[in-house]
Design a protein around this ligand. Structure first.
Ligand code: DC
Length: 239
């Protein structure tokens, strides 16, 4: 058999705490490497929007049974938008990319993401995408559950205060009227729920590389990760 001249592609799993810049990093890497980027948080957010639209979740209630019974009727997928050069999230055929980024979703998403039936459905879709190599996926359980065989696993973290500040600035730039203390509370609460839930809690895979970016500039962080990518690609004969 003739050896393939295609460069060897790897899968990259990026996990970590909320607002650590996972998606910005993953998108940059995907662009640089020509890989497919999958934002799994967007899928949990879309599921949360579905629950909200149907009135199954509120400040003090969650109708898990109704949500679980509806799972066969939920279609969540990504479509590449050539006009923006970005992949956008669709819920049952409707573009919900902007809606799922609103703080109203962040308030409820952890509670939806802790339902095992929801996770099972979304993990199945994610694993199907990962079958083709050349995928960069970010989330909470990518290195541990979704792509346990990913060639490169990265676990990103930063202090809660720094993450809240970054989120605060980001939302303000989008013209939203937000409160820093409230964002900090939300970051802490999400950490707590994400790390202590029974179904696939957020934890670093044993073979993941830890990246605390509290004191790193975006460029410094990018350089560290790119060096890891090159190292793994060299090992795999990809470059
Ligand atoms: O990364 P994000 O903030 O968009 O994620 C939204 C929520 O979804 C977050 O509270 C944790 C959850 N999530 C998860 O449980 N598993 C994933 N693979 C991705 C996100």
């Amino acid at each position: 058999m003739t050896p393939s001249l295609e460069p060897h592609k790897i899968n990259i799993a990026i996990d970590g705490h909320a607002s650590t810049g996972k998606s910005t990093t993953a998108k940059e890497l995907a662009k640089r490497l020509g890989y497919v980027y999958v934002d799994t948080g967007a899928m949990y957010r879309a599921m949360t929007l579905w629950a909200l639209e149907n009135g199954w979740i509120g400040p003090d209630f969650l109708d898990k049974e109704a949500l679980i019974a509806s799972l066969d009727r939920v279609d969540i997928r990504f479509r590449f938008n050539p006009a923006t050069g970005k992949s956008e999230t669709f819920l049952n055929g409707i573009n919900v990319e902007d809606q799922i980024r609103r703080p109203g979703i962040a308030d409820y998403v952890s509670r939806v993401a802790e339902i095992p039936e929801v996770r099972r459905k979304l993990v199945e879709i994610q694993q199907q995408i990962a079958r083709e190599k050349g995928v960069i996926m970010d989330g909470r359980d990518i290195g541990t559950v979704v792509m346990p065989n990913a060639e490169l696993k990265i676990f990103m973290t930063a202090s809660p205060e720094i993450r809240a500040e970054r989120r605060f600035r980001e939302l303000r730039e989008k013209g939203m009227d937000v409160d820093y203390e409230e964002i900090l509370r939300n970051v802490r609460e999400r950490d707590r729920i994400d790390s202590t839930r029974k179904a696939s809690p957020l934890r670093k895979a044993g073979d993941a590389r830890l990246l605390d970016n509290s004191q790193l500039s975006p460029q410094e962080q990018y350089d560290i990760i790119m060096n890891w990518v090159k190292e793994v690609l060299r090992e795999k004969g990809g470059i």
